[in-house]
Design a protein around this ligand. Structure first.
Ligand code: ZN
Ligand code: ZN
Length: 148
């Protein structure tokens, strides 16, 4: 089996670059308040890969991690402020993000993703002025419960 071509990603200033080797686990739009505030965006589109298939290719000293709780860290570039990464550093978070995964914002990728987004999660927290008539299922939290 030949090795899959890595998907490259970058922050705005280009100081932090990384790559992930497909296949990705999923691609989903998240509407939770934490994602919105962390990114200053209406929602954040995430993908993820096993940690072993994620590699930082530049900017190790520029990449900083903000711990929002005992479980979660958000990775961002300390020069330009781009938020790109998310990881669980301990078991026990109510939404059970996987500790062996690196979660990556799909919009930080400079190469095409291997699959399209298939779901909206934490839709119960979506901004009231946001309308997304894309036909994709909208779930409560990170559960499989479809609410729209
Ligand atoms: Zn940067
Ligand atoms: Zn979220």
């Amino acid at each position: 089996m030949s090795e899959a071509t890595p998907i490259r990603g970058s922050c705005l200033c280009g100081g932090v670059t990384f790559e992930l080797v497909p296949p990705t686990d999923f691609v989903a739009h998240c509407h939770c308040k934490s994602c919105r505030l962390s990114h200053g965006a209406a929602f954040v589109t995430w993908t993820g890969v096993p940690m072993a298939r994620f590699r930082l290719t530049a900017g190790e000293t520029l990449l900083k991690w903000y711990a929002s709780s005992a479980w979660i860290e958000w990775g961002f570039c300390s020069v330009c402020g781009s938020s790109m990464l998310y990881r669980a550093v301990a078991e026990g978070h109510p939404e059970a993000p996987k500790v062996d995964r690196m979660y990556v914002t799909a919009a930080s990728l400079v190469d095409p993703l291997d699959k399209p987004p298939l779901v909206h999660v934490s839709w119960e927290e979506h901004l009231p002025w946001l309308s997304i008539p894309d036909g994709l299922p909208k779930h409560r939290g990170k559960t499989a419960e479809r609410i729209e």
